[in-house]
Ligand binder design. Structure first.
Ligand code: PEP
Length: 249
């Protein structure tokens, strides 16, 4: 039986004051829930969030990482630097990184590898655009994105990663994939991995992300291949994030 995992992606939101208020409520609301929980926050707040979550059942992570170990890469942050802060997770290949910052499949695979090597758990995002869904190439796109990571890191390495299926058309739009649509792609991802390694596939944590809210979380996470959620907007509202975590049990 796979454990449920709910991760928040704050994106570029937050302030010292609002983070403290949000995490105080999330920390008390989520106390005792028997699932894995994390929040992925902007770099400048890593140390603050580490302090605020000390001794809680909530882990924390970053939203991107360099594919390079160190060097002349102004503005970049390495996986080892994140580990230095006690960071556990890092999101790689979020569609916003792929769309606005040129993260190709190859770069995403290199970032996942760099994260793994440093001891982080990469949350690797895959997902099709609306245009791709309408052209009926969802399976092809998601398989291509997944293959890039599996080929670079090896299928066995997927056991140490989390995959997040995030249809781009559902992110921040209020338009959620139906439980059936999401389950279909999650099953496809698991089947793709099972072709190479059935035991890695059986243990693989696959999150759904895209306008998950308290009202749709339970039904989505009740699907056999949906192991939790990657939550954007709703992770900024303490009551909503806690309700989603509670729905995952
Ligand atoms: C995300 O940013 O990963 C996400 C799923 O956002 P939202 O929940 O707001 O759609």
């Amino acid at each position: 039986m796979r454990r449920k995992f709910v991760a928040g992606n704050w994106k570029m939101h937050g302030s010292l004051k609002s983070n403290a208020d949000l995490l105080r409520e999330v920390r008390s609301g989520a106390a005792g829930l028997d699932i894995d929980i994390a929040v992925c926050v902007p770099y400048p707040y890593l140390a603050q969030v580490a302090d605020l979550l000390e001794g809680s059942n909530i882990a924390w992570g970053a939203q991107d990482v360099s594919e390079h170990a160190q060097g002349a890469y102004t503005g970049e942050v390495s996986a080892a630097m994140l580990v230095d802060f006690g960071c556990k997770y890092v999101i790689v290949g979020h569609s916003e990184r792929r769309t606005y910052y040129g993260d190709t499949d190859a770069i995403v695979a290199a970032k996942a590898e760099a994260a793994l090597k440093a001891g982080l758990i990469p949350i690797v995002c895959v997902g099709e655009t609306l245009e791709e869904r309408e052209r009926n190439v969802t399976a092809e796109v998601v398989t291509r994105q997944l293959n890039a990571v599996a080929e670079r890191c090896g299928v066995k390495a997927l056991a140490d990663m989390v995959i997040a299926y995030e249809p781009v058309w559902a992110i921040g739009t209020g338009r959620t994939a139906t439980p059936e649509q999401a389950q279909e792609v999650h099953a496809l991802i698991r089947a793709r991995v099972a072709r190479d390694d059935a035991s890695v596939a059986a243990g693989l944590c696959i999150l759904y992300g895209g306008s998950m809210k308290p009202g749709n979380a339970r039904e989505l996470m009740a699907q056999p291949d949906i192991d939790g959620g990657l939550i954007g907007g709703a992770s900024l509202v303490a009551a909503d994030f806690v309700a989603i975590c509670a729905a995952a049990r």
